[in-house]
Design a protein around this ligand. Structure first.
Ligand SMILES: *[C@@H]1O[C@H](CO)[C@@H](O)[C@H](O)[C@H]1NC(C)=O
Ligand SMILES: *[C@@H]1O[C@H](CO)[C@@H](O)[C@H](O)[C@H]1NC(C)=O
Ligand SMILES: *[C@@H]1O[C@H](CO)[C@@H](O)[C@H](O)[C@H]1NC(C)=O
Length: 229
């Protein structure tokens, strides 16, 4: 029983690890669609912060309750803060407000990531970058949304337009990181190396293994991105 479930878990981690990263030699793997109903375990999605200019990539994410979103940071110095829709570029009044704190990088992907877990996929999460040097990134349009409301005028474009009208600087939250976990991913590993406690939920191990395995691919991409900048 245990060995069977181990194999299933190890195999199920593989598509996660390479989701969204087509292999160079044309071998493709299936992309994870977290909004699907058949997915048995939480999914992990990655958002690049500042990799493609003053933007989050992607800037709209659909995720289910229990899913994790991993933020990866690029030069020079960005952060992720949760705002309320009606008050962009200012920290949300939500007591569980998300704040990654600033995560700098000189070249390529930063050596730290910030991971949040979706607690309620019915609730939109509006985010901005609070960096104001040399100009306010939020006002420049560096905003994003997780699970935008489906039937409402509260769209990402509306949020971005509100942000553009903010005068002065974006507000940097007081205190350190909150609403998520800052981690140093460390050296790449294979999913099968991750210890899987028998009889317990495999989700943590699977997620960590997938994250670590993806690091090798992402590290290469980060290097390429660094050269391009
Ligand atoms: C393609 O690359 C993958 C990953 O490096 C490798 O496992 C696979 O054998 C390669 N396939 C071919 C046809 O080269
Ligand atoms: C992580 O990156 C920051 C910013 O580039 C740097 O100051 C720090 O020394 C790095 N830490 C490690 C352990 O490499
Ligand atoms: C906005 O932030 C920048 C960078 O931190 C700072 O130099 C500037 O003085 C701030 N402007 C205001 C009006 O606070």
């Amino acid at each position: 029983m245990i060995s069977t479930s181990r194999i299933v878990i190890a195999l199920s981690a593989l598509p996660l690890a390479f989701a969204n990263y087509p292999l160079m030699n044309g071998t493709t793997t299936s992309t994870v669609y977290p909004t699907g109903t058949s997915s048995p375990s939480p999914a992990t999605q990655t958002v690049s912060v500042g990799k493609d200019g003053l933007v989050f990539s992607p800037d709209t994410v659909h995720a289910k309750t229990g899913d994790e979103i991993v933020f990866e940071f690029y030069p020079k110095n960005h952060a992720v803060v949760q705002a309320d829709f009606n008050n962009p570029c200012n920290p949300s009044t939500d007591e569980k407000r998300i704040f990654s704190d600033f995560i700098p990088s000189a070249v390529g992907r930063a050596n730290k990531t910030f991971t949040i877990k979706i607690e309620d996929d019915k609730k939109a999460i509006w985010l901005y970058c609070p960096q104001n040097n040399p100009k306010p990134h939020c006002v420049q349009g560096m905003v994003m949304v997780i699970n935008p409301p489906q039937y409402a005028h509260n769209t990402l474009e509306a949020f971005r337009m509100k942000a553009a009208l903010v005068t002065g600087n974006a507000t940097v939250p007081l205190g350190g990181a909150s609403g998520g976990k800052v981690a140093s991913p460390g050296t790449p590993s294979t999913p099968s190396d991750a210890p899987i406690p028998s009889g317990s939920s495999p989700t943590e191990s699977t997620g960590a293994g997938a994250l670590l395995a993806a690091n090798g691919v992402l590290g290469t991409m980060a290097l390429l991105a660094g050269l391009a900048l």
